[in-house]
Ligand binder design. Structure first.
Ligand SMILES: Cc1cc2nc3c(=O)[nH]c(=O)nc-3n(C[C@H](O)[C@H](O)[C@H](O)COP(=O)(O)OP(=O)(O)OC[C@H]3O[C@@H](n4cnc5c(N)ncnc54)[C@H](O)[C@@H]3O)c2cc1C
Length: 325
């Protein structure tokens, strides 16, 4: 019987393990299950290689309340920091293991967790799987024949010396544009609104500077209605007449992610509209089952420091109510 099983080894899951150890739960009573081959899969997959990881992100203040904290770092420094955390705190992470079912026993206050590799029991269960497992897709149909050219992250294909259309209007869209320009691509950005109110000022300024220098073409108030396979390349059809249909080598969507509603509902978690109902310490309606990180941050998603802080908030409730330490 574990004291605590944590699903997901991103910033939230790893900091949950650290906060548990710091609060006195023995390391061998804590297990982290990660479905990817390595920890922090979302950071590895969705961050451009040269990205500046800002401590202050999406308006979440860079104020750390728990054990873990980062200043502004590079992508690699961020991953190294979390590598060190795993080593230093001797966190047990089992990789390539996916949870598919969970049973809750109210009399015993215990969870039985079924994965593709085994069955485990735990008093408390914490989910930190983020919102990027399923990136948002556009409403129009995407031709299957163009699968290799319609991308939802920036690391699975090496894109250089190409014509690229980025779709989106948040921080990721700006960061993708900056990265693609550095790799000698001809970059256009399609956004359905007229200004970038969702971007932080660093990304907004960088994007405007690239646009002024003629390195990124901004297609504002543009709505794509269709993607057509034109000799193996995506040709984009816009609703607006001023944007004539044109072909690109790649389209990179930066539309964010959404809460994995179905997975959480199968665990018995109640929702209010699109958001899980959370109580004190990010506890769900299932006693002893907590959500941390992006899953606890509401519709706009969280930040790394938010993830760290959410684990600190959750452990106070966990140790106060469920585990004697
Ligand atoms: C392009 C981009 C740029 C960003 N830039 C910044 C920035 O500069 N600064 C900042 O603070 N934040 C930034 N963020 C946000 C930040 O990355 C997230 O808020 C943070 O990673 C959330 O941590 P998390 O642990 O909740 O989720 P994630 O980081 O998404 O980690 C979830 C982990 O759970 C694993 N997992 C998923 N499903 C399962 C499952 N069923 N079973 C087991 N494991 C599972 C995943 O493989 C992953 O390792 C950025 C996000 C994006 C997309």
């Amino acid at each position: 019987m574990y004291s605590i099983i944590i699903i997901g080894a991103g910033p939230a899951g790893l900091s949950m393990a650290v906060e548990s150890i710091v609060s006195g739960i023995p390391t061998e009573k804590i297990l982290v299950l990660e479905k990817a081959q390595e920890h922090s899969f979302s950071i590895r997959k969705y961050y451009p290689e040269n990205k500046l990881v800002t401590a202050n992100y999406k308006g979440f203040e860079a104020v750390c309340i728990g054990t873990l904290c980062i200043p502004d770092l590079s992508k690699h420094e961020t991953i190294s920091y979390l590598d060190t955390v795993i080593d230093e705190y001797k966190i047990r992470v089992q990789y390539e293991e996916t949870v598919w079912k969970m049973d809750y026993d109210a009399n015993e206050q215990s969870f039985t967790i079924y994965t593709d590799k085994g069955t485990y029991q735990s008093r408390v269960m914490v989910i930190g799987i983020g919102i990027l497992g399923k990136p948002n897709k556009p409403e129009y149909k995407l031709p299957l024949s163009l699968k290799e050219r319609l991308l939802f992250d920036i690391t699975s294909s090496q894109i250089a010396d190409s014509r690229v259309l980025v779709v989106g209007g948040g921080d990721s869209a700006s960061e993708y544009c900056q990265y693609l320009v550095q790799n000698n691509n001809e970059v256009s950005l399609s956004y359905r609104r007229g200004d970038f109110t969702r971007m932080n000022h660093i990304n907004n300024d960088s994007l405007q500077a690239l646009a002024e220098a003629g390195k990124v073409r901004l297609l504002l108030n543009s709505n794509i209605t269709e993607i057509i396979d034109q000799d193996g390349k995506p040709r984009v059809v816009f609703q607006e007449q001023e944007y004539a249909g044109e072909a690109f080598d790649y389209i990179v969507y930066a539309l964010g992610g959404t809460t994995p509603e179905n997975f959480l509902k199968t665990l018995g978690i109640e929702f209010n509209g699109k958001e899980p109902v959370l109580g004190e310490g990010y506890e769900t309606n299932v006693p002893g089952l907590f959500l941390v990180g992006d899953l606890s941050a509401g519709t706009k998603g969280g930040s790394i420091i938010w993830a760290f802080n959410s684990a600190n908030t959750a452990i106070k409730r966990i140790t106060g109510k469920y585990l004697d330490v």
